[in-house]
Design a protein around this ligand. Sequence first.
Ligand code: ATP
Length: 264
Amino acid sequence: MAPGGETSGGTASGGGMPGGTASGFAVRLEAATAVYGEGAAAVTALHGVTAGITRGAFTAVMGPSGSGKSTFLHLAAGLERPASGRVLLGDTDLSGLKETALTELRRERIGFVFQAYNLIPALDVSDNITLPLRFAGRSVDPAWLTEIAGAVGLGELLGRRPSELSGGQQQRVAIARALVTRPDVVFADEPTGALDTGTGAQVLRLLRGLVDSLGQTVVMVTHDPVAASYAHTVMFLADGRIVGELDAPTAESVAARMTHLGER
Ligand SMILES: Nc1ncnc2c1ncn2[C@@H]1O[C@H](COP(=O)(O)OP(=O)(O)OP(=O)(O)O)[C@@H](O)[C@H]1O
């Protein structure tokens, strides 16, 4: 068995993590199936996946190319709806929401960080970070802006434009922007994919630190065992199914499990 121990994949129960509700899960997928296309061309990307994202933890999602990682993230974040089964954000069943309510929920309760930083070039750092609040018609709490800008190490750079920042600094703006609404969950899709190793490590340490210090729930899709090793737990997908979880991962234990998945 790999160091750090294993838990049963996709059926974890309880949790007792900081800020947990009765279930301890920020997001739950219950028998969620995802299908792209129709008829003979239909591709089942997720096969009845049941999984919980532990509140207040950093969870990495790994698996071979095409295993369903992005689909998992899109379902969990309410960007796509399951063909069958349910997705719950806290106690909210996303399948029961109309499109406008789902859009509002994503805006208010979910933060996103992508490989591309997607910053607005004409806005300074401060206005980029607070953009989601303006979209939501909410006012900016200056103390909270100062706190998150400080937490991501941008306190001195709030007046700069994105073009005046390094790639790592731009990604930190995107992370602060994802945090500004105090979301239930931040979803990060390959957040270090465009960064060099050293800068990527800084961003990963930052994400882990935000979980440990703010209790922020973070879910990250990655191909990289080193990136996954910054998480508390790694969830492994293969062929659209959850095939295992690893707590307290190391780059070596994650890589060993990935090799094993590749042999399936
Ligand atoms: N829009 C789509 N239309 C048709 N098939 C799709 C679509 N999106 C994904 N798929 C298929 O669903 C399966 C899972 O894809 P998904 O993108 O979730 O995998 P992934 O693990 O994120 O892959 P990668 O690591 O290569 O990004 C794959 O077989 C893929 O080809």
